[in-house]
Ligand binder design. Structure first.
Ligand SMILES: Nc1nc2c(ncn2[C@@H]2O[C@H](COP(=O)(O)OP(=O)(O)OP(=O)(O)O)[C@@H](O)[C@H]2O)c(=O)[nH]1
Length: 677
């Protein structure tokens, strides 16, 4: 009959659920968790257990009986029956159990229970859960609230994740149309990647567009013989690979820039490997051919040494000598890009809902979240509901790379869009969907899933004790969350951190994003045992205190190098902790007594703050520190005191020191470790 739960009895007894579960286990009763229901016999056992324990058992029997009775009342009432009839969900076990998939929004949950949102919110607040109408609450919180209504919540079996509302059907071949190629420019530092992109942009923007203000949106388009080519504006293989690591493949062709005067250099090789790993065709742009005394054949030889055989030498790699300065060879380079693109037969279906990848995103002061996206299939229109990663919204406006407002964007078009709920991450995939509601549901679900995936945390990690944890083998992955003011810094910190990985510990950036450190970052860090590195961003005081409560190591830096140096030092166990002194109070000696066998005791008065038994003290006479040491005894009247507060008298003795005089000031203090950053 009873169906009372562990946590309810625990609450009545004033003990924690865990304690109760452990105690039950001692009596041979195994219960799974705080939500488990207890049989009558088990309740009897608890009554007996706590009966034998006088301190805990005050009224506990009658309380438990109350708990049981109330539970019975609520399960017998009409309430539940009424509500269950409204439920659109599966009802099992005597109509008292409902199933949810896991996290659920407050609104959906209220609907499910047939209660008002405000009533549910009030119950949640009582549990210390502050959630708005559209925010999700987790399974445990939902269970607690439901149990108040006598309803048991079960987790629905995890289904293969199908995001309802996402158009995922394959295109029919007859619907496919040719689309422009998307290019990434890679190469060694200073070989002229940026100059080359600039030169192409300057010389190949069509006359009618020339008047438009070119704006940096992360990608730009040029036109050659009426055909479009899209260049991603961030040169370098790191950006390319970090997108790829997130499952995004946007690049159709990689341009490997090699300066003819410098040849193949370390990052040329890196870039080459990255492009190869991604199976992207490579065109070599041999740059700076305007320079005197260059030797293109030497460069070709070096390329061959690294497995890239150019056409002239019987290989397949196209190489075009160019000069970003004089413009020589740029036309040929673009022609070659079109040729390679043709061979690839790049196609997409313009007549469907758009999908593609986020190239960049930021929080703009005036405009809110702004994302540059590359439409890879379909056509995106202003007004389309959209979900990008876990951000969602409706496309309010679209701006082209020429700074023009446009109404629609077809395949291989990069546009800046406004209207998302928050800034997605570079590499996130986006989809236009039919309805706003679908976008929101998918976005919220992804957020919850991301949180849940990171829930299996163990002990919290801090840089201070990282080395110890590594040695104990309890840390194998150092998870880091990076927040910065611009995406470039996020990427820079991300790349540098990951490189710190060694045999013992793998450094992983589990989340990186633009913008200030938010509560959701703290929760993610707490759930996934990560530390947070903020770069040129500061958390609000509410976020800082949440970090403190959640025990999350949050550090802010202004110089990337310092962040890297700290993590590196921590991994090697060489991070010096920082300490600071905290003065606890001020105590005046108003009389002295000699106690035989003990020494001199000061009759004292706490003027400010407090004095605690284990504090360190300094003795000040006429403004001069004449002794530093520890307290040997602290008493209130005859009793030992742990702590004496402002306005109270006490007796105080100092260790190995008897020269206490009337009028002396005792200043108690502690040394505390400071969180760095
Ligand atoms: N003579 C000559 N100099 C060039 C040419 N292209 C670039 N440079 C010079 O080479 C230097 C580096 O060019 P960037 O375009 O900044 O090179 P980058 O590869 O983008 O460099 P990072 O962005 O730092 O990796 C600059 O001083 C350019 O003026 C060229 O075709 N001829």
């Amino acid at each position: 009959m009873s169906k009372v739960r562990v946590y309810q009895i625990a609450k009545d007894l004033g003990v924690s659920s865990k304690e109760l579960i452990n105690k039950l286990a001692e009596f041979g009763v195994q219960v799974a968790n705080h939500m488990s229901t207890l049989e009558d016999e088990e309740v009897d056992i608890i009554m007996e257990m706590y009966n034998g324990d006088n301190n805990n058992s005050k009224n506990s029997n009658s309380k438990i009986e109350n708990s049981v009775k109330e539970q019975e009342k609520s399960t017998e009432g009409n309430y539940q029956k009424e509500n269950m009839e409204k439920q659109p969900v599966q009802n099992t076990i005597e109509q008292k159990t409902i199933k949810i998939e896991g996290a659920i929004t407050v609104k959906d949950f209220a609907d499910l229970l047939g209660k008002s949102v405000s009533e549910i919110m009030t119950k949640l607040i009582a549990l210390g859960v502050f959630a708005t109408i559209n925010q999700e609450i987790d399974f445990d919180a939902a269970s607690m609230v439901a149990s108040d209504y006598g309803i048991e919540i079960e987790k629905e079996e995890e289904k293969e994740e199908v995001e309802v509302g996402l158009e995922q059907a394959e295109d029919r071949p007859e619907d496919l149309k040719e689309r422009p190629p998307v290019i990434t420019v890679m190469g060694h530092v200073d070989h002229g990647k940026t100059s080359l992109l600039d030169a192409i942009r300057k010389t190949h923007v069509t006359a009618k567009e020339a008047g438009g203000i070119t704006q940096h949106i992360g990608a730009s388009e040029v036109e050659v013989r009426g055909k479009k080519i899209v260049f991603l504006d961030t040169p370098g293989h790191e950006a390319f690979t970090s997108m790829r690591a997130r499952g995004a493949s946007v690049t159709d062709i990689a341009i490997l820039v090699v300066a003819a005067d410098d040849g193949v250099m370390p990052q040329t090789i890196e870039a080459l490997s990255h492009a190869k790993a991604a199976n992207v065709p490579i065109i070599v742009a041999m740059n700076k051919i305007d320079k005197p005394g260059i030797n293109p054949d030497r460069v070709r030889q070096e390329l061959a040494d690294h497995g890239l055989l150019v056409e002239e030498w019987g290989g397949e790699t196209i190489n075009v000598p160019v000069s970003a300065h004089t413009g020589e060879g740029l036309d040929s380079l673009l022609e070659m890009i079109l040729l390679v693109a043709e061979m690839q037969e790049l196609k997409a279906n313009p007549n469907r809902l758009a999908s593609g990848t986020v190239i960049e995103a930021k929080l703009d002061k005036g405009r809110g979240p702004v994302a540059t996206i590359l439409v890879q299939n379909g056509t995106l229109k202003v007004g389309d509901p959209i979900v990008a990663g876990s951000a969602y919204g409706r496309v309010r406006a679209m701006v082209s790379d020429k700074g023009k407002n446009i109404k629609k964007a077809g395949p291989s078009t990069a546009v800046e869009i406004l209207g998302l709920s928050d800034a997605p991450e570079a590499g996130d995939l986006f989809n236009a969907v039919k309805e706003d509601k679908i976008a929101r549901q998918i976005g919220e679900k992804r957020k919850a899933k991301f949180r849940e995936e990171n829930l299996h945390a163990t002990a919290k990690v801090t840089l201070e004790d990282l080395f110890k944890q590594i040695q104990e083998g309890s840390v194998k992955d150092l998870n880091i969350i990076v927040k910065a003011d611009v995406q470039g810094s996020v990427e820079a910190v991300r790349q540098s951190m990951v490189k710190l990985s060694n045999e013992e510990v793998k450094v992983k950036v589990i989340h990186g994003g633009v913008g200030t450190i938010t509560e959701s970052d703290i929760l993610l860090a707490s759930a996934s045992n990560a530390i947070i590195i903020g770069f040129n961003v500061r958390p609000s005081s509410a976020v800082s205190s949440l970090a403190e409560r959640e025990n999350v190591d949050l550090r802010t830096y202004r110089i990337i190098y310092e962040a890297i140096a700290d993590v590196e030092a921590a991994m090697k166990g060489m991070l010096e902790p920082e300490y600071k002194e905290v003065v606890l109070g001020k105590v005046e000696i108003r009389a002295t007594f000699k106690v035989p066998g003990i020494g001199t005791i000061g009759g004292a008065y706490v003027m400010e703050g407090k004095v605690s038994r284990n504090a360190k003290v300094r003795l000040i006479r006429d403004g001069i520190v004449i002794h530093e040491g520890s307290i040997s005894s602290l008493k209130r009247f005859k009793d030992d005191a742990k702590e004496v507060n402002t306005g109270y008298e006490c007796g105080i003795g100092l260790e190995n020191y008897n020269d206490i005089k009337e009028g002396d000031i005792v200043e108690p203090y502690t040394i505390e470790e400071v969180k760095r950053g």
